[in-house]
Design a protein around this ligand. Structure first.
Ligand code: FMN
Length: 275
């Protein structure tokens, strides 16, 4: 049986976690899957069915994922599923794949379905580790159903409402904002450990270190991996620095202790209860 190509862009690991769980669930069903990372979007995909995995950025997909979809070869009979993660369970995120679907359809792909999982914010504010664990447990429980649909060639294409389409269209301005804002990133020299984790982590190669100084180019996708993975919390992320989240979540806490999430409380409750 043909292998499914799982292509993943992940800034801070949430989407990769979910994509790995999908790969493992497909393997349990006897459906081979190869997981490959999208970095700057210039990667080429194998022939056949694809799952494109991405985190929602500003009600849209990250620009490297858009570049990846635009750069794919044409196909005959290839199908695409989207798997996305987002920090909030709002239906306003429902049109985030629309921009990706357009070039894919032109290249002959059938948009076969979409699966979305809520994972903790890597920007805006920090969820508690208990809430992060509840999100991860919920995603893990639901991902096997997505694997069964993919293995059976099934799925429902997204049907976003008017509000989601409008938000997605308005927020596309962020595609231009992220590279500009990325030039404003700076490293706090007093805190910096010179460990180079940020330079190594940046998926688009936007951070350079030369003669004792860091510089940030104009390619930032705003994945926040540099700031999130900095062990000294030394990276300022431009004019959105007040939204910075630093350091990994502990996903092994007791989800029962998550308590209510105050922001968008009803939407989270609906999501966790499976409605
Ligand atoms: C620049 C940026 C914009 C974001 N915009 C949204 C958004 O519009 N809606 C949402 O629910 N989450 C948003 N998020 C949160 C991420 O989608 C969420 O934390 C995701 O799970 C991160 O996945 P990753 O760890 O694979 O990068 C945004 C994150 C970043 C960095």
């Amino acid at each position: 049986m043909e292998t499914v190509g799982i292509y993943v862009f992940s800034g801070t690991g949430n989407t990769l976690r979910c994509a790995e769980a999908l790969r493992d669930a497909l393997a349990e069903l006897g459906r081979g899957a190869a997981l490959r990372m999208i970095r700057d979007g210039s990667e080429k995909a194998s022939e056949g069915d694809l799952v494109v995995c991405y985190p929602v950025y500003g009600f849209n997909a990250p620009t490297p994922v858009l570049r990846f979809c635009r750069g794919l070869e044409g196909t005959e009979g290839g199908r695409v599923w989207f798997m996305k993660t987002s920090g909030e369970p709002l239906r306003l995120n429902d049109a985030s794949s629309a921009e990706l679907a357009r070039p894919l359809r032109r290249k002959g792909y059938e948009i076969a379905g979409e699966f979305g999982y809520v994972m903790p914010y890597n920007i805006l504010f920090r969820h508690s580790d208990e809430a992060a664990s509840l999100m991860w447990e919920t995603a893990k429980r639901r991902i096997p159903a997505a694997a069964r649909m993919i293995a059976a060639g099934e799925g429902a294409a997204p049907r976003p409402g008017a509000g989601a389409k409008l938000m997605s269209a308005l927020c596309r301005i962020e595609h231009g904002f992220y590279p500009l804002n990325g030039r404003l990133f700076r490293v706090d020299a007093k805190k910096c450990l010179r460990c180079m984790k940020c330079v190594e982590a940046c998926p688009v190669g936007n951070i350079k270190y030369k003669d004792g100084r860091f510089s940030f180019g104009g390619k930032c996708a705003c994945c926040t991996r540099c700031a999130f993975s900095c062990p000294a919390d030394a990276i300022h992320i431009g004019i959105i620095d007040f939204m910075r989240v630093n350091g990994p979540y502990d996903f092994a806490r007791d989800p029962a202790k998550a308590g209510p999430i105050r922001y968008c409380r009803r939407a989270y409750e609906r999501y966790f209860s499976g409605q």
